[in-house]
Ligand binder design. Structure first.
Ligand SMILES: [Mg+2]
Length: 400
């Protein structure tokens, strides 16, 4: 079997998303995905990765992974690493299809049949239109355009009702980010008592209404400098959050240690890092409660195996990121079924029940707060057959 063409697919409606299809002479197609900087990652696929892969047997994935590592851009989650990650996911999909087994089997087998999810409380259009995170990319809906799961608007205004509606679906954990407005207003330098009280309101409402029946994660989006992050961590402690995520920017890891020491709450972090060396440095701090990795950013499934195994050796739980796209979610679920120390799977119900299904043929089935891998070989899903012909969708192709 050999790779005969590499296609990159982008949709104007979701400019952050990049899909990759690896086509072979046997008619099998491998699907991958990454998110953010789609044009940059796409350029790297065609300029650098296509000549490495075209004409090659896709099955020796480890060999390809090593060949795809560039002289610079080999750590972090820059365009080179995101492009490599998407290709790596597609290689695993193809590997599974070639053998007729699901990706979790190819990884070495599943240690569980399903895994618990938490809902990242975004709305349908969260981070859809702009190439960055920030409150201007919250995608808060006009009254007329509201769907059933406008969970970002809900956590800001009706956190208790939102928590109850998640519990009703069997989802027992939720993530919210009510601190972002104050972070942007103050450039992360400080948070006033009034801002802190306002940001804590959703946590307060949830605990008052539901007690401990639901777990709540606090997402800080790496928007704070260390003193304010420590203050927030201390203020959150009475609400017993499940974790505090990304309190500071991940370019000075020692700060994570100080924030972790500021309270007893676990710090969860890592999704903006890529490559095993960055994760090793993070684990060496001995301060991280949960290691988060985005498989579509940090090196694909090949690197996720190594990073999760390393975290296991440090006795640290592992959690895969999803607030991006349906293929990365499927890859993450396969991985979470396989990895012994996988703690919980992120999902966004507004995406899952909203636009994810418009893009792909199948999604990992979700039942009573538990998610499992789609049936079938490889990842178990493909792009919707008409997707490439839709208006606003562009395909770029490198072929033998
Ligand atoms: Mg996050």
């Amino acid at each position: 079997m050999k790779i005969t063409a590499i296609e990159t697919i982008r949709a104007e409606s979701h400019p952050n998303l990049l899909w990759i299809e690896l086509h072979t002479d046997q008619g099998l197609v491998g699907l991958g995905e990454t998110f953010y900087g789609a044009a940059q990652a796409e350029a790297h696929v065609h300029a650098y990765l296509a000549p490495i892969l075209l004409g090659r047997d896709p099955r020796p994935i480890e060999r390809h992974w090593r060949a795809m590592i560039p002289y610079c851009g080999y750590v972090g989650t820059g365009a080179e690493m995101r492009a490599l990650s998407a290709i790596d996911i597609a290689l695993w999909d193809l590997g599974g299809k070639a053998l007729g087994v699901p990706v979790h089997q190819l990884l070495g087998g599943a240690v569980r049949d399903e895994i618990r999810v938490y809902n990242t409380c975004a709305g349908y259009r969260y981070v859809q239109n702009r190439p960055a995170q920030g409150t201007d990319n919250f995608g808060l809906p006009e009254e007329a355009a509201r769907g059933e799961y406008e969970d970002l608007d809900a956590f800001l205004n009706r956190a208790d009702e939102l928590a109850a509606s998640l519990l009703e679906m069997g989802i027992g954990a939720m993530k919210i980010w009510p601190f972002d407005f104050a972070a942007e207003a103050n450039r992360g330098l400080t948070i006033s008592p009034a801002e802190l009280t306002k940001a804590l309101e959703p946590f307060d409402k949830i605990r008052r209404a539901l007690g401990d029946r639901i777990e709540v994660m606090a997402e800080l989006h790496a928007l704070w400098l260390k003193p304010a992050a420590c203050e927030i961590a201390r203020a959150l402690q009475p609400y017993r959050p499940f974790w505090i995520e990304d309190p500071v920017r991940m370019d000075h890891l020692a700060s994570i240690k100080d924030v972790a020491r500021a309270s007893t709450t676990k710090i969860a972090t890592g999704e903006t890092l890529g490559g095993r060396a960055q994760y090793r440095s993070l684990l060496e701090l001995d301060a991280v409660g949960v290691l988060i990795m985005d498989i579509g950013w940090g090196g694909g499934l090949t690197e996720a195996r190594k990073v999760a195994a390393m975290a296991e050796a440090w006795h640290v739980p592992f959690a895969t990121h999803d607030c991006t796209g349906p293929v990365a979610l499927a890859a993450a679920v396969h991985f979470s079924l396989h990895a012994e120390n996988a703690l919980i799977q992120e999902m966004v119900r507004a995406f899952y029940f909203g636009w994810y299904g418009e893009m792909v043929t199948d999604l990992p089935p979700l039942r009573n707060g538990l998610i499992r891998a789609p049936e079938g070989p490889g990842l178990g899903l493909a792009l919707q057959p008409d997707l490439k012909r839709r208006p606003g969708v562009t395909v770029r192709r490198s072929a033998l």
